[in-house]
Ligand binder design. Structure first.
Ligand code: SAH
Length: 197
């Protein structure tokens, strides 16, 4: 069985990450113009962002650009490489579409802006957290493309912690703001995987 060339996988992961950051740029700019009426920017939120930054950006970059994490390398078969690329594509697409559908309502932390509207169609039609679903896909791609116990799995670990500590508070905030409208939406949708979970 042939093994993958780690260099190719590293390059593809870096390209994926660059596209990921590019998708976000216009929304990041727009976010600055919002007037915020409810801000849940707690210490916990800051810790979550730091954790994601380390797990999805810092550790993979360290692995790609330095030899420091090489002690934790292992081999992955070539199909993992192909599956990793195949996962990056829907991850990027869903990340972009959820930004587009959420529009001005997007924010990097838990916030309600002035004139906030509840999005319940597009990629929000069947799941309530398509953007988090896209991050999960990215973390799966990371594990498939980077054959390293630390840099490969850190995305998944940090996402799991971030998701588990954030999603209930986010839904509670939206429930406060939108009441029954959100309750009805919540009852007819799933969180991450349409019709399943
Ligand atoms: N959890 C969502 C959005 C992440 S961005 C997802 O995974 O797709 C986080 C911000 O989006 C929160 O501050 C919240 O104000 C906003 N938000 C989340 N779901 C929303 C919805 N259905 N309509 C409008 N805003 C929403």
């Amino acid at each position: 069985m042939s093994e993958m060339n780690p260099l190719n996988s590293k390059i593809i992961f870096i390209i994926g990450m660059m596209l990921w950051l590019i998708v976000r740029i216009p929304y990041q700019r727009q976010q600055k113009q919002n007037t915020i009426v409810d801000d849940r920017k707690t210490i916990q939120e800051k810790a979550i962002r730091l954790l994601l930054l380390i797990g999805i950006l810092f550790l993979p970059l360290t692995y790609v650009l330095s030899p420091w994490l090489n002690f934790a390398n292992y081999d992955l078969p070539i199909w993992a490489h192909h599956l990793g690329i195949a996962t990056l594509v829907p991850a990027l697409w869903l990340f972009w579409r959820s930004h587009r559908d959420l529009g001005e309502n997007w924010s990097s932390t838990l916030q309600i802006r002035e004139g906030h509207t509840l999005m319940t169609h597009g990629v929000y039609q069947n799941i309530r957290h398509p953007m988090y679903a896209s991050v999960l896909l990215l973390c799966i791609a990371q594990a498939l493309l980077l054959p390293n116990w630390i840099a490969g799995l850190s995305g998944f670990v940090s996402f799991s912690i971030a998701y588990a500590t954030r999603v209930d508070r986010e839904e509670q905030m939206l429930l406060n703001r939108f009441g029954d409208e959100y309750e009805v939406y919540r009852q007819r949708t799933k969180r991450l995987i349409p019709y399943v979970f």
